[in-house]
Write a protein that binds this ligand. Structure first.
Ligand SMILES: NC(=O)c1ccc[n+]([C@@H]2O[C@H](COP(=O)([O-])OP(=O)(O)OC[C@H]3O[C@@H](n4cnc5c(N)ncnc54)[C@H](OP(=O)(O)O)[C@@H]3O)[C@@H](O)[C@H]2O)c1
Length: 348
């Protein structure tokens, strides 16, 4: 029985972590790798991943060449956050008949901000008989899928509040950069305004996914401006040091409004040195529910798991663009990955 064949599309911080995790798993093999970064193209994947051995796969910046050479069951895609930017990359993989799981935040629930691109991807995936999913820890799980799951025990839901507070000092460097850690306050505001740093992407997607799952028609989604959290003391991490008075990270809030009332509030805070890290969900309804995970789920480890664990579910799913609310409840792939794939989806 052949293994599940994976092509990596994006071998940056997250793509590399997923790859290292997959290399340790049974029943799955990496057969190709695509990236445009100059320091990776042409090098052996094993070297790029730092796993201490060559894997005999050269990182290529030519997706057509990779997909023509190897047949992928699934593409693990981790390049960027915005669907406009990554749509051609995803389309390329689908055209070659591969399923795809992506960390692209907007793909987690693209109907709110990119309905036309969502429609095109859905059509293409159906035409090619494959499935495409955007997921990760957030969006993808903590502020949407988990919230939706908890409402399963509610007879009535009136209001939902979700808070995620995380200490960015323990996270990957691209994330620390994305939240402006170490910048002076005016430079942080400048970069946010010019979209050089994006902050967290996904609050609108999470709100839309929750609202659609509950059948709520929202008046709209209000997204507050991204605000810096300023360091009071020195915070150190492997790559970035933050001095008092500099930006330690950021806080962002978004609200789903229905019939003039705020019914969904998402509060996201990520900064270096956050002392209390947690994920909390409060549902006001019948029954009301309060859940707190402390410390919060580690975002990088959680993302790797969400992507890897989603692979069998995506292979099993019907063709088209799917979101986490369309798939069976999330669960871990602990054994040989092939054990989780239904026979009718196997062509080995
Ligand atoms: N949903 C979630 O929960 C979740 C969690 C974690 C991460 N993410 C998202 O996942 C994405 C990847 O994160 P990361 O930390 O791994 O970022 P990263 O370290 O910057 O890695 C991205 C890699 O993709 C490459 N790339 C960019 N455009 C490409 C293209 N057109 N074709 C092939 N490769 C391309 C980049 O090369 P260059 O460096 O040369 O641009 C880089 O090597 C980010 O957008 C991040 O926000 C989502």
């Amino acid at each position: 029985m052949e293994k599940v064949r994976v092509v990596l599309y994006g071998v940056g911080a997250v793509g590399s972590s997923i790859a290292r995790f997959l290399l340790e798993k049974d029943g799955v093999e990496i057969v190709g790798a695509i990236d445009v970064a100059e320091d990776k193209v042409g090098r052996d994947l094993g070297e790029v991943l730092g796993v201490g051995k060559r894997l005999g796969i050269a990182v290529s910046d030519d997706p057509d060449a990779v997909f023509s050479k190897v047949k992928a069951d699934v593409v693990v895609h981790a390049t960027a956050s915005f669907l406009k930017q990554v749509h051609p990359q995803i389309a390329k993989a689908l055209e070659h008949g591969a399923n795809l799981v992506s960390t692209c935040e907007e793909l987690a629930y693209p109907y709110a901000t990119e309905p036309e691109l969502a429609r095109k991807l859905d059509e293409l995936a159906k035409e090619k008989g494959v499935t495409v999913l955007g997921t990760g820890i957030n969006p993808g799980f903590l502020m949407d899928t988990l919230v939706i799951t908890l409402t399963g025990v509610c007879q009535k839901v009136e209001r939902i509040k979700v808070t995620r507070i995380m200490n960015a000092a323990t996270r990957r460097v691209p994330f620390q950069k994305k939240i402006g850690a170490g910048l002076p306050i005016n430079e942080f505001r400048n970069r946010i305004e010019r979209k050089i740093i994006t902050g967290h992407v996904g609050l609108e997607q999470s709100i839309s996914m929750i609202a659609d799952a509950l059948g709520w028609k929202l008046d709209g989604i209000e997204v507050d401006s991204v605000e810096p959290v300023v360091a009071k003391t020195r915070v150190e991490s492997e790559a970035i040091q933050v001095e008092p008075g500099q930006v330690a990270g950021l806080k962002q809030r978004a609200r789903g409004v229905k019939e003039g009332k705020e019914v969904i509030t998402l509060d996201f805070q990520a900064y270096m040195g956050a002392e209390e890290e947690y994920d909390s969900i409060t549902i006001e309804g019948a029954p009301s529910i309060h859940m707190k995970i402390a410390p919060c789920v580690h975002g990088d480890l959680g993302t790797v798991a969400m992507i890897a664990n989603s692979i069998p579910k995506v292979i099993n799913a019907q063709p088209g663009l799917v979101t986490m609310k369309d798939l069976p409840i999330p669960s871990a792939v602990l054994k040989d990955m092939r054990k989780y794939i239904h026979d009718e989806n196997v062509n080995w």
